[in-house]
Design a protein around this ligand. Structure first.
Ligand SMILES: [Zn+2]
Length: 423
C-alpha cells in the first residue's frame, strides 16, 4: 500500500510549512512546565501535560481538526479524509518530558505533524485517507516507569490494567492521574484503544551528534537499536570487617566487582565499537564502612544495533555473573529484551523521495534511543525522520535545534504524509 511515486503536489504543499509558526509553537508549549534554566519538566499526566494538550487542541480546533482520546490518554487530532472508512495515516510523538528535559524531544514530532496537516489543509487538499496527529501518553517514563505506555497500549503490546497500576514516587497511580485527565477531557470523543492504521511516521530530534557533525538537515532512520537490561542481585553475608577471616567472608560487593569486571571484559573483547554496555546503578547494603557487605544490586544496560549480536551478548550475562560469584549467590533478572528493528525499506524509500522533492539532503542513520515508533512498527508500516540537535544534547535543559532544521524535517514529513494519505 506504500505508493511508489510521490504525490504530484508534494513539493508545493510542503512549501507551505511555516518555519516561524512551527518555532513559535515549540516556544509556546515550552511554557508548560518551564524550568528556570530554560528547560522543561513536564511529567506525563501532570497539570502541565494537560495544559500543553489544551493549547495543542486549541490550534487543532482553529484548523478544523477533530480531537479525540483513547483509554490510555493518547490524543488524536484528525484531518478528515475523503474516504471515511479508509485506514488513517498516523504521525506524532509525545508531549511529556524527562524531569530535566528540553523543549524539542517529543514535542517536535507532534508539532511537525500539525504543521504538515496545516500545510495540506492550506493547499485546499482533502486527502483520501484521514491523517491523525497523535500525542502518545507517557513516552519518557520519567514519572511512571516504564515509558511508551501510550504507543504500547495502542499496539496491544502491554496490558492496560498493568500500566494503570504503576505508581509514581509519591504513590499516585497511573489510574488516578489518567482518570483525572480523561475526566478533564470528557467532552472529547473516545476512540477505541488501538485501531487499524495505514502507516505511521514519527519526526524526532536525533538526540545524538551525527546529523549536525555530518551537516545534514534531516536523517532517514533505518531502525531502532535494541536493548537488553538486567538486574543482578548478589547475596552475601554481613560480618565484622576486622574479625572475620578472609576465607570465611561472603562479601557481596567483592563478588559484584568481580562480575562487573568480567562483564566489561567480555562485552568489549571483540573491540566492536557498537556494543554499548553500561552499569548505571550499584547499591550496597548495609553500606557501612566497617561491615562486610551483605548485598549488592547492580543494573546492566546492553545495546547493539544487530539483534543477533545483542542476543548473543545478553545470553552471556547470567553465566558470567555465576562464574564470578565466589561464595555468594547471584540472581540475574532480565527486565527488558527489546530486539533491534529495521523499518520497512519502502517506507524509507518514501522518506528519501520526499526529502529529494523538497531539496533536503539526508543521510541514513540508526536510532540509538527508543521511540513510540518501536510499537507502531508492530502494527503498521512505520518510519522515522530525524532532525539535528545541537551537539546531540538531549534529556537536558540545554537541548536545542534550529528553526531551519525543524522546518526542513517538517517539509519532508509533509511530502511523505500527503503521499501516504492521498497517493
Ligand atoms: Zn522523545
Amino acid at each position: 500500500v506504500i505508493p511508489e511515486t510521490l504525490h504530484p503536489d508534494a513539493a508545493a504543499v510542503a512549501d507551505r510549512v511555516m518555519s516561524d509558526r512551527l518555532w513559535d509553537r515549540h516556544m509556546a508549549l515550552a511554557r508548560h512546565g518551564a524550568t528556570a534554566d530554560g528547560g522543561v519538566g513536564r511529567p506525563a499526566l501532570s497539570a502541565e501535560d494537560a495544559a500543553a494538550r489544551d493549547e495543542l487542541r486549541g490550534w487543532a480546533a482553529a484548523l478544523g481538526l477533530e480531537s479525540s482520546v483513547d483509554d490510555i490518554g493518547n490524543l488524536f487530532l484528525r484531518l478528515a479524509g475523503g474516504e471515511a472508512d479508509a485506514d488513517p495515516v498516523l504521525t506524532g510523538s509525545h508531549l511529556d518530558s524527562q524531569p530535566t528535559g528540553g523543549r524539542f524531544d517529543g514535542v517536535y514530532g507532534v508539532l511537525a505533524g500539525l504543521e504538515a496537516v496545516e500545510a495540506i489543509a492550506a493547499a485546499g487538499i482533502r486527502p483520501r485517507r484521514s491523517i491523525d496527529v497523535v500525542a502518545w501518553t507517557n513516552e519518557e517514563g520519567g514519572r511512571f516507569a516504564p515509558g511508551m505506555m501510550g504507543s504500547a497500549a495502542f499496539a496491544r503490546a502491554r496490558d492496560l490494567a498493568e500500566m494503570r497500576a504503576v505508581e509514581d514516587a509519591d504513590g499516585v497511580s497511573v489510574a488516578a492521574a489518567l482518570d483525572a485527565l480523561l475526566a478533564r477531557e470528557a467532552a472529547l470523543p473516545r476512540r477505541p484503544l488501538g485501531f487499524p492504521a495505514a502507516a505511521y511516521i514519527e519526526a524526532h530530534i536525533e538526540q545524538g551528534p551525527v546529523l549536525e557533525a555530518e551537516g545534514f538537515a534531516a536523517g532517514v532512520v533505518s531502525g531502532i537499536q535494541g536493548k537488553r537490561t538486567f538486574q543482578v542481585t548478589v547475596d552475601g553475608e554481613e560480618a565484622h570487617a576486622g574479625t572475620t577471616p578472609r576465607g570465611a567472608r561472603k562479601d557481596a560487593l567483592s563478588a559484584a566487582v568481580a562480575m562487573i569486571g568480567a562483564l566489561e571484559r567480555a562485552m568489549e573483547e571483540d573491540g566492536d565499537e557498537a556494543v554499548m554496555f553500561t552499569i548505571g546503578r550499584l547499591s550496597v547494603a548495609p553500606n557501612v564502612p566497617s561491615v562486610v557487605p551483605a548485598e549488592a544490586v547492580f543494573s546492566v544496560d546492553l545495546r547493539h544495533p544487530e539483534s543477533e549480536m545483542l542476543a548473543a551478548l545478553g545470553d552471556r550475562v547470567a553465566d558470567i555473573c555465576n562464574n564470578h560469584r565466589g561464595p555468594c549467590v547471584a540472581t540475574v533478572a532480565e527486565l527488558i529484551n527489546a530486539p533491534s528493528l529495521a523499518f520497512p525499506a519502502d517506507m524509507r524509500s518514501l522518506i528519501r523521495a520526499a526529502a529529494d522533492a523538497v531539496a533536503v539532503p539526508t543521510m541514513d542513520l540508526i536510532s540509538a534511543a527508543g521511540h513510540d515508533a518501536r510499537y507502531l512498527h508492530q502494527v503498521c508500516p512505520a518510519a522515522m525522520i530525524f532532525v539535528p540537535c545541537h551537539k546531540g544534547i538531549s534529556h537536558n535543559p540545554a537541548e536545542s535545534a534550529t528553526a531551519d532544521d525543524l522546518a526542513a524535517g517538517a517539509k519532508v514529513l509533509t511530502a511523505a504524509l500527503l503521499t501516504l494519505a492521498d497517493g
